[in-house]
Design a protein. Sequence first.
Length: 259
Amino acid sequence: MIYWLLFQKSFLRNMQYRLAHLINNAASAIFGFVFMAVWVGVLTGKESGSPYSIQDMVHYIGTGQVFLWLTVFLTAGLNIQNGVRSGAITMELARPVHYFSYVTVQEAGRIAYNLLFRSIPIALVYVLTVGFYVPENAVSLLYIFISAILAIFISLNLTYLVGISSIWTTEISWAHFVLITLLFGFGGQLVPIDLLPKPIYSIVALTPFPCVLYYPVMMYLEKAAPHVLLIQASWAAALTMISFWVTNIARSKIEIQGG
């Protein structure tokens, strides 16, 4: 029950800013249009030598913009660093719930809000303008759902690890910037990772970064094999164990700045 209440309160808190967020959605959609225009220029006259047609790339960029709000644009550090600065983390760690669950469930409420008030509106913009791919195969829909949940969970873990590092570093802006850079560069937001040189692709494909964006997008477009779910599941399990391990260490190492 406590997790459901935390989820609800986080969702309702974001509801207070839905007008501002809808305006922000326009900027997100425009960025998508810009990336689409760049790729249309790159692929025009060269489609025969590319694994992606112009329409494929338009769908890829559009789907990527939708998934960004679910898997990449999470709260920096899940606000753990603010609790460290204020001293509130001491009370949070003492609560009769695991700290990892306590923090991530609140962010899950924000992700649910993003789905309804950010991702879906952006998808509708693309439906009305450039078109948006809609899978119809029931099995594909199941794979998409599993891939999306795993992507969200992996991103929550990565962001949590950035946030809880503030117990040692206090400031996490640099770590958050590095994570976002890796997610954009190796996650496939700017360039599909299969277009990278093969030696680089073979390494990047096994990291957690494409699991957050590239794999769920390709799964949605029905261009990914089901085995990528195993890669995502492996990283989800590994990162969860790391998050729990770091949390246990943090309990004995916490140093409050102020508060």
